[in-house]
Write a protein that binds this ligand. Sequence first.
Ligand code: NAG
Length: 220
Amino acid sequence: MARRSGMFLLIAAAALLAAGAAVPPSCERSECPAYDVVDAANGFEIRRYKDAMWASTAPIEDISLVAATRSGFLQLFKYIQGKNAYNATIEMTAPVLTRVSPSDGPFCASSFVVSFYVPEKNQADPPPAEGLSVQRWAGARYAAVRRFGGFVADSDVGEQAAMLDASLQGTRWAAPVSDGRRADAATAYTVAQYNSPFEFSGRVNEIWMLFDGNDASSDM
Ligand SMILES: *[C@@H]1O[C@H](CO)[C@@H](O)[C@H](O)[C@H]1NC(C)=O
């Protein structure tokens, strides 16, 4: 038994090294939601996030992810500064998530929801706030993840999402991930940004594709 779990740890460590996916440096300064790595391979990592409360904006219609994230983040920033039912200030966490439901046409607005993880200290009773939904992240808490650096630009997130999608093809994750995306909008994905706009180096961003891992991970 001990030997078996030792072997498992070794495999998990090797998988992590293969993906080069250490926890982002921002998570040493700010609280990040906890997750387990359940698989990793060239170009992707599969994570399982814990059931937790997140604060989210209403859907924001825009043609630009960058602009929608800025306006969504502003609402969340006011929330943590005390614009909430308890007048409570809340610690900032990382990452800021932007869920993208792309439009069908090239000139139509996409729909974006901006979220952040409620810190552990406030998990039991996060303050409600007008215009925001503060709730458990129901359902799919598995994420297929691809990491990339620099500043997120409208011109490259779609390409990063396509590369994540391509890296999953031929693996046992391809079907559950595509089912998970279909449950939302066929081409939905989430952009996770770990740095403030004032940090110019060592920036970490990720594309997440959320899915329900119950089927695919039954052998875990
Ligand atoms: C929050 O602040 C407002 C304005 O200062 C005040 O009217 C309200 O009673 C406060 N609420 C709580 C729960 O402290």
